[in-house]
Design a protein. Sequence first.
Length: 485
Amino acid sequence: MPFKPIPAAIAVSVGLIIWFFIPVPSGVTPEAWHMLALFIATIVAIIGKVLPIGAIAIIAVTLVALTGVTNESPGAAIRDALSSYSSPLIWLIGIAVMISRGLIKTGLGRRIAYYFISIFGKKTIGVAYSLTAAELMIAPITPSNTARGGGIIHPIMKSIAQSFHSTPEEGTQKKIGRYLAMVNYHANPITSGMFITATAPNPLVVDLVNKATGSQIELSWTTWAVAMFIPGMLCLLLMPLVIYLIYPPEVKETPDAKGFAKDNLTEMGDVSRDEKIMLGVFALMLVLWANIPELIFGARFSVDATTTAFIGLTTLILTGVLSWEDILKEKSAWDTIIWFGALIMMASYLNTLGLVSWFSSNIENMIGMTGVGWMGAVAILTLVYLYIHYFFASTTAHITALFAAFYAVGLSLGAPPMLYALILAAAGNIMMTLTHYATGTAPVIFNSNYITLGEWWTIGAIMSVVNLVVWIGAGLVWWKILGYY
């Protein structure tokens, strides 16, 4: 990505204006205000894609250390700037991205997708559900939703569409390709919301909730997965049907799809040694993440989520499924570790320096004057939080910029901490449906030209409403049963 001088100038100007020309509000320390200037400038740079996000993160860490906004001592300032790189959550997501490389390298991800299509691919909607099922199967160990939806599922979807001569080049995308591309994309936000390890920003949500509640609320991998399972499954079941009704494919019967999938499975041959190891590692990690040994044998067999990820990666290295060269080449993993650490650090110090509490108290007063109560406040905050994503090109930037403040406001107005955390966590993934730039998966699928811009935004708006109503509606019942409020 080349350097973009105009967005860079805008980002720098925004930071300088906040730092030097906007008076520090009453109740805010200069350090907190200056950290806000650096933080907003960083977010603007990310939105404007001045440089790759990892490069922007390095610059942000440098500026925090140089300006000493967290500590007057230069030595302490650099320690503060680097403080988040020891976070287990950062390494959890980075290591999980490395492990997901095994799905692509071994071909296991493709095999899973073709397997479902070979069983359910007689009708177009069956192919759609097969793609959705494959997305769900690999979601827990693919924290790059772009790699999952765009790198694994999308090429398979395109191959199926091409086998029916449904391509943008032929002007026949409405036969089957447009519908499958929409399903391919809209499965991605739903599965991303179902597991902490299904998309990179989810661990950031966990960290922000932990800090906001003083570690009273712990969103473990199992807690998240159980809480989101019923709402997520309902959304996955409804999504292909909703899209089918709004943008129905011209081809309804697809008997050739089953043959296409079976031919590809035959070409792949028997399940290889590396695929079997990958399946075993996948199963082991799910067992450990779900704390099954602890449930059976007691706390002494407990293994935390990040250690589990390291166990999985170590196994793949020792068995030769992944080489060290494979891991070094997994740029997205190292990139994630770099930018994730910088953003968590900045967000943490905005909270530590008191800016989040100041901002939330002001918003609290504004909403409090409406007299809507905490339920009305949560509804307002969630809708604003979700639909403001039209102005963001990154879920990470959005969550980093707004989650802590919106969560703090809801808590101060009386929202149950666990309930509100789950609602905002769900909204943070549902918002991916909205635009063709909402998350990394979007431009991959949009640029294949099966879906026009108008169609993308129309179905995105509709699916955001459907997902929000179903997820939160079913969630309120399910989370009440689980005792979360």
